[in-house]
Design a protein around this ligand. Structure first.
Ligand SMILES: [Zn+2]
Length: 424
């Protein structure tokens, strides 16, 4: 198999290291879990150009949907063919949201609907690359801290790879969130203490022989998988890429993946410049946005009080590349309230037919606010990434549905039906 990654490079100190599947952070810059530097992959673009462009193997000419993200294998961390496990992830629709666009004053508003991925979220782009690297490292188990989408995705792909998954969770994690992980064969472990305590525990656990760190902020391989979203967006929009791409920010892997993906396309000579990237966090969990607004290179630890479980954390770990992505593309970072998230969830379902969880609609709530504040200018083309299905977090949907007055039970006669309909 021809290889295209030449080395691993630290984005902070520029240190270069030989490629090893389980070596992912810069030893010189790693101080503690809140000050670490995940290595970046350096590709040989002239070799890639020769293979992909000179031989006319552009992505969209392949049309092999069963390969999932591995359709882009040359740009995915040199994973050997036997470890390219897939559930047919990716290839998600991009749709124009005309009704929402009209309401928001965004003439060209598009949605990248990631809810249709095999386990219900965009994490299905990250998990195959992480699992492949675990397999390459000869790992028997992958361990990570996550109560939701990432854990479910890793457990599903690890099951295909016959690797065990251990998920470290807070004690109050609701049973329904755990069920999906367990059905994929993942082992869930409720652990007391703070989020940082659980992450430190995971770091200690993965030092055991045969264990692999699947924690998204500690590996470059998750955001490598997200690059495929940028490639698909390029396939759709061609040279008329959106002016803005607006996304939710938890650990910023989505943001970093987009930036890395467009950087690949730029280095291959396929695009001139990157879209502006905007990262959105809940007002109750704003560490990345606070870091951006304060001009820092890292997130500023803060509160963690939001209904959006997937992007709720005291601090965005490894925010360095995410903040760089926002600044380099001329983008921005902003917060939205929980009420704005719920409103976006309702509007997205009602006016675009997409059922998403509160985390998944942060980009939409953010785009609306950006247009109101004049950050998005009239006539600018906007793509919002909807990251996770509403079935992932039914609580908010149930509450919204009750507000709509759907709780009553009718007698089985036409008169009751008429009365109920008239009342609305
Ligand atoms: Zn370094």
């Amino acid at each position: 198999m021809r290889k295209f990654v030449t080395c691993l490079k630290c984005p902070k100190c520029g240190g270069e290291y030989a490629v090893k599947p389980d070596f992912t952070t810069c030893p010189a810059c790693h101080q503690d879990i809140e000050h670490l530097s995940v290595l970046d992959l350096v590709y040989d673009y002239s070799a890639l150009k020769e293979v992909l462009i000179s031989n006319n193997i552009l992505f969209n000419s392949r049309n092999c949907y069963s390969k999932g993200i591995w359709r882009f294998k040359e740009l995915l961390a040199d994973v050997p063919p036997e470890f390219q496990f897939t559930l047919g992830e990716g290839h998600t629709p991009i749709i124009r949201a005309s009704l929402l666009g009209k309401d928001y004053g965004i003439e060209e508003l598009y949605l990248k609907n990631e809810t249709g991925n095999p386990t219900g979220s965009y994490k299905d782009r990250l998990a195959p690359v992480i699992v492949a690297k675990a397999k390459e490292a000869g790992a028997e188990a992958i361990s990570l801290v996550s109560s939701g989408n990432m854990a479910a995705a890793v457990a599903a792909y690890a099951a295909l790879a016959e690797i065990k998954t251990y998920v470290i969770l807070p004690p109050d994690t609701p049973g329904e969130k755990i069920a999906q992980i367990r059905l994929y064969g993942g082992h869930t472990l409720k652990v007391k203490g703070t989020g940082s305590d659980r992450i430190s525990l995971n770091e200690a656990a993965v030092r055991e022989p045969g264990w692999f760190n699947g924690n998204s902020p500690f590996t470059p391989y998750g955001s490598e998988g997200v690059k495929t979203m940028a490639y698909e967006e390029w396939e759709y929009f061609g040279s008329a890429l959106p002016d803005w791409i607006v996304l939710p920010v938890g650990f910023a892997d989505n943001l970093v993946g987009h930036w890395k993906g467009f950087r690949d396309l730029q280095n291959l000579g396929l695009i001139d410049k990157q879209p502006k990237l905007a990262g959105v966090q809940p007002e109750g969990s704003p560490s990345f946005v606070d870091g951006f607004l304060a001009g820092k290179e890292e997130a500023i630890p803060g509160k963690q009080e939001t209904i959006a479980g997937g992007i709720s954390q005291r601090v965005t770990l490894n925010a360095y590349l995410g903040l760089k992505a926002v600044r380099e593309t001329g983008g921005t970072a902003l917060t939205v309230t929980d009420a704005e998230l719920l409103e976006a969830e309702r509007e997205l379902a009602l006016k675009a037919g997409i059922f998403a969880e509160p985390t998944g609609v942060a980009g939409l709530a953010g785009a609306r606010k950006m247009r109101q504040q004049g950050i998005i200018k009239a006539g600018e083309r906007v793509l919002v990434v909807v990251t996770g299905s509403g079935f992932k977090d039914n609580d908010s949907a149930r509450k919204l549905a009750v507000q709509e007055g759907q709780g009553q039970v009718l007698d089985a006669d036409l008169e009751s039906l008429r009365k109920a309909i008239k009342r609305k």
